[in-house]
Design a protein around this ligand. Structure first.
Ligand code: SF4
Length: 231
């Protein structure tokens, strides 16, 4: 078996801040977030999978033009084939970044020594996770994964997608303070976007009463870097 890849972005400057990367979208995710931008990547098998060998051949041709590769999803740590895939990318001299929702903390711990940067979603206050993910126990898994990322000392960005129905402004500020207390250095809050979202209620009610930038001012100074990505 090789890594199941549901999509490939040949060049991105936004998926790993400061780096020019290709993004490999891994197929499959156990959660069902209403705002998911990539619902086609949730099932274990995709309709338009790209053979891993083709991805590797593409990356080979891009050596010298890319800084690295980000494994995204879906959920990359779902697949045990992620580790040999990362090793193959490193063998090309490329850096490796990982996007994760943190649902598999044990698998994540095995991957962390192999990556240069992690972008991890923290979707909600940990006790309220199922409201966003639809999965019981998801908050405990995400919290354990966050602990793993911080203990590994790997460069990271923790990010929260903000939809007014899923997390209120006061909850968001409390979550940001909690993350800073836990040792998060780089935090990003990003406004929900309707692109790809299949939940009609979330799309209808995306309007915020208060600009996200304004909420962000309440978190200023808590992190080495705080990014506020308004819609
Ligand atoms: S964890 Fe990510 S890929 Fe999985 S359903 Fe949620 S947003 Fe989509």
């Amino acid at each position: 078996m090789t890594l199941r890849v549901g999509g490939l972005t040949p060049l991105s400057s936004s998926d790993w801040p400061g780096m020019l990367v290709a993004v490999v979208f891994c197929q499959g995710c156990p959660w069902h977030c209403g705002y998911c931008h990539n619902p086609d990547l949730i099932p274990p098998r995709g309709e338009h999978e790209i053979p891993w060998q083709d991805v590797l051949a593409f990356l080979h041709r891009r050596q010298g033009l890319l800084d690295g590769v980000v494994f995204s999803g879906g959920e990359p740590t779902l697949q045990k084939e992620l580790i040999p895939a990362i090793r193959a990318v490193r063998a090309l001299g490329l850096k490796v970044g990982l996007h994760t929702g943190g649902m598999y903390p044990v698998r994540l711990a095995a991957v962390l020594p192999l990556v240069d940067w992690v972008g991890m979603d923290v979707k909600a206050p940990f006790a309220d996770y199922p409201r966003t993910t639809g999965a019981d126990g998801s908050g405990g898994r995400a919290l354990e994964s966050l602990r793993q990322v911080l203990a590994a000392g790997v460069d990271h960005e923790i990010r929260t997608t903000v939809h007014p129905l899923l997390i209120g402004d006061a909850e968001l500020v409390a979550l940001g303070k909690d993350l800073a207390d836990r040792g998060v250095k780089h935090y990003a809050i990003q406004a929900f976007r309707t692109q790809g979202c299949q939940d009609a209620a979330l799309c209808r009610t995306a309007r915020r009463e208060r600009p996200l930038q304004q909420v962000g001012t309440e978190l200023a100074g808590l992190f080495e870097r705080l990014d506020v990505r308004a819609a």
